[in-house]
Design a protein around this ligand. Structure first.
Ligand code: ATP
Ligand code: LTN
Length: 331
């Protein structure tokens, strides 16, 4: 039986955090053999916020290397750069005509980013979810593994797909967001009621996959918790719950097992253990990324063959769409 399609992407902006890793990339690695996977580097989404061109190019390659270093196998899944496949922009245009301005204005991420970047509320920022819908629908993806913050965007993708199917006849697979029960929302180490975000100006709020050992341990030591000195998960203890979640992912155990392991211990010892565990787990990823970045020819080859695979799948859907909407193709 053919494998089901899976699609996801991350933006080559800022540092990739352990939030991105736990909420998204580590799940892609686990699922890559079970599904027919396409994973993109969303550079077209990235430019909705001002980017330095040189840096964007550098970060794109670094993210490609990081995908592979985290365990994505380019022989198994298609890894490619979004802007290398022009069908994304083309389908987004068509989908724009099925999307209402009002619903884009109501998107949580649009509202947040408009507040943060009040001097640059551009059309791309508002259209971001439509481009994301085009990404997903081009590949007829059934599943989209993302962190919790992207759920609303996958839901609007479902609405747009249904609208198109109703107006023009069955064309798109309606995708389902795949959001893991644990780790879909890793919280800031400084304000544990806020999502860990790589664009947070307080560098102690997040841990990058590329932070060195001392930095990682220091950031966990400074993590904001509470004062009752009891290591258990619970809604009343967002800081400790977050640390237990992070620990369990990198240690490969459950949150309950982690709670048992640290029963009766103090916060200081616990935070140090979390820092050391994360640093130990990230060291081989960092070494592998550095090794890959030294072999640019290999990375270019991976991205070129990924783009080719993506182009073939995308072209099929785009031709179908153009036919359905009535674009003249020579008759
Ligand atoms: P920013 O935090 O600057 O808004 P981002 O990290 O959300 O950016 P991406 O790099 O595109 O943007 O995110 C890639 C994936 O990581 C998405 O699936 C997103 O849901 C997930 N993700 C991001 N932050 C977290 C987090 N704190 N916890 C869990 N998953 C996350
Ligand atoms: N907006 C996403 C990145 C992204 C994406 C996608 C995720 C772009 N296109 C398609 C899933 C499917 C984010 O995580 N910030």
């Amino acid at each position: 039986m053919d494998k089901k399609r899976m699609y996801s992407a991350a933006q080559p902006t800022g540092k990739i955090t352990i939030g991105n890793y736990i909420g998204a990339i580590s799940n892609w690695v686990k699922l890559q053999h079970e599904y027919d996977c396409f994973f993109a580097i969303a550079d077209m989404h990235a430019i909705t916020i001002k980017q330095d061109p040189q840096e964007l190019r550098r970060r794109t390659l670094e993210l490609a290397a990081l995908y592979i270093a985290c365990g994505l196998d380019p022989e198994v899944c298609a890894l490619y750069v979004q802007s290398n496949v022009s069908a994304h922009a083309e389908l987004a245009w068509v989908l724009n005509t099925l999307t209402y301005v009002g619903e884009m204005e109501r998107m949580t991420q649009f509202k947040d980013k408009s507040r943060k970047h009040a001097d640059n509320i551009n059309m791309g920022l508002m259209d971001y979810p439509v481009l994301m819908a085009a990404d997903i629908l081009l590949y007829q993806a059934e599943y989209v593994p993302v962190g919790f913050d992207q759920k609303q965007h996958v839901e609007i993708t479902r609405d747009i797909a249904n609208r198109f199917n109703n107006r023009y006849g069955e064309t798109f697979t309606v995708p389902t967001p795949l959001i893991m029960k644990s780790g879909a929302k890793i919280m800031s180490l400084q304000e544990p009621d806020k999502k860990m975000s790589k664009s947070d100006e307080n560098i102690n709020a997040w841990v990058s996959l590329l932070d060195d050992r001392d930095t990682i341990i220091r950031k966990f030591k400074r993590a904001v918790t509470d004062s009752d000195n009891c290591i258990r998960a619970g809604e009343d203890k967002p800081g400790i719950t977050n640390l237990l979640t992070i620990y369990s992912v990198f240690r490969g155990c459950t949150v309950e097992e982690a709670e048992k392991e640290f029963a009766g211990k103090g916060y200081g010892d616990f935070k140090l253990a979390v820092g050391e565990t994360v640093a130990d787990a990230l060291a081989p990823i960092q070494a592998e990324q550095a090794r890959l970045l030294a072999d640019k020819a290999y990375l270019n080859g991976v991205l070129a063959s990924g783009a080719e695979r993506a182009f073939k799948a995308a072209r099929k859907t785009l031709s179908k769409v153009y036919r359905k909407v009535g674009f003249y193709r020579g008759e």
